[in-house]
Design a protein around this ligand. Structure first.
Ligand code: HEM
Length: 388
């Protein structure tokens, strides 16, 4: 961006021609895709396709619409209200276990919480009675995840396997567990999934694998960590106290966390035809990479873009709530975004009303953005119980 002095620039990445877009207007045009010039650009990350199997995210046009309709039913408000019951059980158990004056590493705490939440919710595991099973499934999700961030070579020599080979083994084990749970469990999410109109058992199981895999817990933990660290900064103490009292202000805080700390740095499309994006011509056959974090911080839309200013949503940016791209937008917007909002709000309220918290002084708060955003180091926060 700095070298080209522009928020739209060209680059060869993964040996393919790419246009990268970091302007808020450009990302809006890509995600809304009003002229239907773009298709999803993830399928030719062949390793990702093999690790997940055929899924909505790899499809375009009618097939994507069919799968999105099914998933919208699985996550319709009545079902989400039921799923929230399970979320409450896991979250109160884990958050109530924070003792007075505990020093907590937020990312670790939230990773445990969100992993357990996903296993209980999406696999129907009663964790109190299935600790060993949960631990071994978690190990499989970690091995599966390592395949996504490793060099995609299959290598198995006298029992020594590459991370990618181990990940494929983990995927197959996870799929057998998912299939077994689909036949055993008669309640909750798995029942809703079974009743949904997937065209085959494999298609159904692949989508459950997506929700059970490490991707969702990591992204959720990333958002909660950013919420927790931002409000633990001494200069944000007043903001934290206000968010505990004022629901509208808490909404503004969460919106600002989503803007500044999106778990995923960006996404990818493929131009089916020549397309104009934010005034730039992108030839047919080029990939288009959109940079969510950069577009969420475009000074053309957001004054003082790097500052954490929840007030902006009631003042200078009150009409720009739909210009935060953390959950995408338009025809391919995240199917789970309303559900996620309910979860993070529940966790945020629980923390705000039960604890005060502040950063241990003099820590390096630098973030890393890949594969999922989070602090580079184990940032520590001290929690103090309210009302003791
Ligand atoms: C903090 C957690 C999450 C974040 C940040 C997130 C973000 C996103 C983003 C940015 C996209 C759009 C990708 C693109 O346009 O290229 C997306 C798609 C999607 N998300 Fe999420 N997501 C999260 C959690 C969830 C959850 C919990 C579910 C389901 C319960 C979910 C289901 C989906 C599905 C099915 C798609 C694919 C939509 C399509 O291909 O049309 N996500 N997500």
């Amino acid at each position: 961006m700095r070298i080209c002095n522009s928020r739209v620039f060209q680059l060869r990445a993964l040996n393919k021609p790419h246009a990268f877009v970091a302007s808020n207007q450009g990302v809006k045009e890509i995600l809304e895709d009003k002229e239907d010039m773009l298709e999803m650009g993830y399928k030719d990350f062949g390793y990702m396709y093999s690790l997940y199997g055929d899924l909505v995210i790899f499809n375009s046009d009618d097939e994507a619409l069919r799968l999105r309709n099914i998933l919208h039913k699985v996550f319709r408000p009545e079902e989400v209200a039921r799923y929230m019951g399970e979320v409450e059980i896991v979250s109160s158990r884990l958050l109530n276990s924070i003792e007075d004056k505990d020093v907590v590493i937020p990312y670790k705490l939230f990773k445990v919480l969100t992993t357990e939440m996903c296993l209980q919710l999406f696999l129907g595991l009663e964790l109190e009675n299935a600790k060993e099973q949960a631990a071994s499934i978690t190990e499989l999700t970690i091995a599966h995840w390592h395949g996504l961030i490793s060099i995609p070579v299959n290598f198995n020599w006298y029992g020594y396997k590459s991370d990618y080979t181990k990940a494929m083994v983990a995927k197959n084990r996870l799929l057998s567990i998912v299939n077994k749970r689909l036949t055993e469990e008669t309640n909750g999410f798995l029942n809703v999934i079974r009743e949904a109109e997937f065209k085959s058992k494999a298609e159904m199981a692949n989508h459950v694998l997506l929700f059970v895999s490490a991707l969702v817990p990591k992204a959720l933990a990333s958002l909660m960590t950013s919420f927790c660290i931002e409000l633990a900064k001494p200069q944000n103490r007043e903001k934290r106290l206000r968010a505990a009292q004022d629901d509208r202000y808490l909404e503004n805080v969460l919106q600002e966390v989503k803007r500044l700390w999106p778990p995923f740095l960006g996404g990818r499309r493929l131009a089916k035809e020549e397309v104009i994006i934010d005034g730039y011509k992108v030839p047919a056959g080029h990939y288009v990479g959109f940079l969510t974090r950069a577009a969420n911080c475009d000074p053309k839309i957001f004054p003082e873009p790097e500052k954490f200013l929840p007030e902006r949503w009631d003042t200078c940016n009150q009409l720009d709530r739909e210009r935060v791209w953390t959950f995408g937008s338009g025809p391919r917007m995240c199917v789970g975004h309303k559900f996620i909002h309910k979860i993070i709000k529940l966790l945020a309220k629980h923390l705000l009303q039960s604890y005060e918290w502040e950063l241990v002084p003099n820590q390096d708060l630098t973030y890393k953005w890949l594969p999922v955003s989070r602090p580079k180091n184990d940032v520590q926060v001290v929690f103090t119980k309210i009302g003791l």
